[in-house]
Design a protein around this ligand. Structure first.
Ligand SMILES: Cc1cc2nc3c(=O)[nH]c(=O)nc-3n(C[C@H](O)[C@H](O)[C@H](O)COP(=O)(O)OP(=O)(O)OC[C@H]3O[C@@H](n4cnc5c(N)ncnc54)[C@H](O)[C@@H]3O)c2cc1C
Ligand code: SF4
Length: 518
């Protein structure tokens, strides 16, 4: 059946205005309205898995709340909006009647769909945030299970309720067994669950990194970029074809090398061997199952177990665990601040020129440019500084949420509140991810050209990470002395002969960071 609704060419109009982007209301009697959030863009999953073009009308809502009112990174908005508009076009080509509407809120957009298609029951897959879940439930929207993950929320709860502490590695092993991934006769393939000890190498010298795939732009991309007042870059795909090309490119060029350098940071290459798949996994263009299958196929074709296992762990382990914990820990979890961190967001986060710290300015510049950095810059550069400087976790969460291409509530909240800032007091991670300059000196190649010296903790050229690491332990010694996993660090603190000087330098560093001068 041919769709009778056409997407109007009005993409150049201002966002935020309530506006239907489609013409011609079809003369059809639908039975349901299907609401497709911007992160459920998949024909085979969610509410579309059972959709029928003859009976179901579809609405996508570009809400003003999603696009304005916060300092969203333009690259992120471009990716989300252009992907959704492309997806609306795909639905239309499959015979669906699609209403793509700009409205003040999601509910206003759904109301518009009811005006257009009639007072029909509205269906949606369970949304991916607590707030949207609550709002849609209150509005009487019917939910079908969210199958964008390999682990249902119920199944995760069953696992979590049996745990004394929520150790990701235990969850990951259970996933391997349950899903039969990289298992042989009940044992892990290769005889080990985890190859981290062989990976975690520093950046290599004289190494040729494969170029990264660039994505061509079409009319929809250009219209969205124009609407946002930006140049369309070629970093991120906005279609399923582009996302599949990225997956294939990763498997062909990066899968084998993923493991060894997954924790390294180098000036030579912004993405190393990382997959760059998180945006597509998170907005639905790719499903976790097909990404894992592609990695397993690469293993069959000779990719090393150390890389394949490390990558599979990210998808069936970390990603599923973080999503499960988001739902398990509840809506209030995001407000936790057990370390009582009250510092305002540092100026260097919003302007990479506001610091002399080479590692930080380089990572923030990467975020400014592409709305992405890999896991270790997020954790050990951006978050480590927020943690040890005592930046308020909710302010830091807001900034990360606005800046990253792949940021959604379910993934940012546990990663920031639990893993990155220890604001949950250890519910997710048994100890805080705090480190001094020595770790960054080993895992990055930034220290050589830096004004600061990673080995020094006092003096004008002391590395701020090193100074703040000790000061952080000192400030929280009462909390950490009860934590047996912090024994080694606290013993180190007790042995510091120059703690008074470290405290003085830390006060200078914190004041300088507040002013954007460090
Ligand atoms: C402070 C902090 C904030 C983060 N915020 C986000 C976020 O908003 N969105 C997001 O998708 N990831 C987030 N991550 C996880 C991770 O950094 C990104 O998934 C990864 O860098 C994306 O790049 P990639 O696709 O090349 O990942 P790869 O390194 O190639 O890993 C493959 C996939 O594993 C998954 N993954 C790995 N680690 C995690 C994790 N901790 N949580 C969830 N998924 C994971 C992602 O889907 C990723 O695409 C965050 C990590 C930290 C420490
Ligand atoms: S010396 Fe410190 S601030 Fe400078 S690059 Fe190294 S870790 Fe970063």
């Amino acid at each position: 059946m041919r769709s009778q609704v056409r997407m109007a060419q009005k993409m150049g109009k201002k966002l935020g205005k309530r506006e239907v982007l489609l013409r011609e209301v079809p003369q059809m009697s639908f039975k349901r309205i299907l609401y497709i959030p911007h992160d459920h863009l998949n024909l085979d999953h969610g509410v579309l898995a059972t959709a029928n073009p003859l009976e179901d009308a579809i609405v996508l809502v570009e809400s003003a709340r999603m696009t304005t009112g916060r300092s969203w990174h333009p690259e992120r908005l471009f990716f989300l909006l252009s992907s959704a508009r492309h997806f609306a076009q795909v639905l239309e080509s499959r015979g669906f009647t699609v209403l793509y509407v700009q409205a003040a809120t999601t509910l206003a957009g759904i109301a518009e769909a009811k005006k257009t298609f009639g007072e029909l029951p509205v269906f949606c897959a369970e949304p991916s945030s607590h707030v949207q879940m609550r709002q849609l439930a209150e509005a009487g929207i019917n939910f079908v299970p969210n199958d964008f993950f390999l682990t249902s929320r119920e199944l995760f709860f069953q696992w979590a309720e049996k745990q004394k502490s929520y150790v990701m590695e235990n969850f990951y092993r259970a996933q391997r067994v349950r899903l039969g991934i990289l298992m042989q006769n009940g044992d892990p393939v290769g005889g080990r669950w985890n190859y981290d000890a062989d990976n975690r190498l520093p950046p290599p010298k004289n190494y040729t990194w494969p170029a990264y795939l660039e994505h061509n732009r079409d009319e929809i991309d250009l219209a969205v970029a124009k609407q946002l007042g930006m140049e369309a870059t070629r970093t991120w795909a906005t279609t399923r074809e582009g996302a599949l090309a990225q997956l294939d490119y990763f498997i062909q060029n990066h899968m084998a090398g993923f493991g060894p350098y997954e924790d390294a940071i180098t000036k030579d290459n912004w993405a190393l061997h990382h997959s760059l798949l998180s945006p597509y996994l998170n907005n639905g263009l790719l499903h976790a199952r097909e990404v894992v299958d592609a990695a397993l196929k690469a293993f069959e074709n000779g990719a090393p177990i150390g890389s394949v296992e490390a990558f599979v762990r990210q998808i069936i382990g970390w990603r599923e665990y973080i999503n499960g914990m988001y739902w398990f820990l509840g809506e209030d979890y995001r407000n936790k601040n057990e370390l009582k961190a009250t510092r305002k967001l540092l100026p260097l986060y919003t302007d990479s020129s506001k610091t002399k710290m080479k590692c930080v300015s380089s990572v923030v510049a990467d975020v400014e440019k592409r709305s992405w950095t890999h896991h270790i810059p997020r954790l050990m550069v951006l978050s480590n500084l927020a943690l040890t400087a005592g930046v308020n976790p909710q302010e830091f969460l807001d900034w990360m949420r606005e800046q990253f291409i792949d940021a959604t509530d379910w993934v940012m909240v546990p990663n920031i509140i639990g893993m990155a800032t220890h604001a949950d007091g250890g519910m997710l991670m048994t100890k805080p991810y705090a480190s001094g300059g020595a770790y960054l000196n080993k895992m990055t190649d930034h220290c050589k050209g830096c004004f600061y010296d990673p080995k020094k903790r006092t003096g004008d050229d002391a590395c701020p990470y090193t100074t703040l690491y000790w000061d952080f332990l000192d400030r929280h010694k009462d909390a950490f002395k009860k934590n047996h996993r912090m024994f080694q660090q606290m013993s180190g603190l007790n042995r510091l002969s120059d703690l008074p000087e470290v405290r003085v330098r830390a006060a200078e560093v914190l004041a300088g960071l507040d002013q954007g001068l460090i």
